[in-house]
Write a protein of this length. Structure first.
Length: 97
């Protein structure tokens, strides 16, 4: 934890306590890093789609563009998977105990 106490006003200027506002939120640099990889996949896919479309035919270029878009969406979704819950049951199944 940095130099900000949990009960101090949040430095973002919202007027809320730090623990209720930005304490658990990722830093802006981390959010930017999370967007770079899918954006790179998307731009590479579009460039490849234009190349394929000009080299072969428009239908192949469109198919490559769609595949690149799907791949970039999947990269964004699966980039930061949720952490598994800590459970005492090794099977991971909750039977209402």
């Amino acid at each position: 934890m940095g130099g900000i106490s949990r009960n101090a006003p949040c430095p973002c200027g919202s007027g809320k306590k730090h623990k209720r506002c930005c304490e658990g939120a990722p830093a802006p640099q981390e959010r930017r890093k999370k967007r770079i990889l899918p954006l790179a996949f998307l731009l590479t896919g579009l460039a490849l789609a234009v190349f394929v479309g000009l080299r072969f035919d428009a239908t192949s270029g469109i198919a490559v563009a769609i595949a690149g878009g799907i791949f970039s969406i999947l990269a964004y979704v699966f980039q930061d998977p949720p952490t598994p819950a800590d459970r005492s049951d090794p099977s991971g199944i909750n039977f209402g105990k």
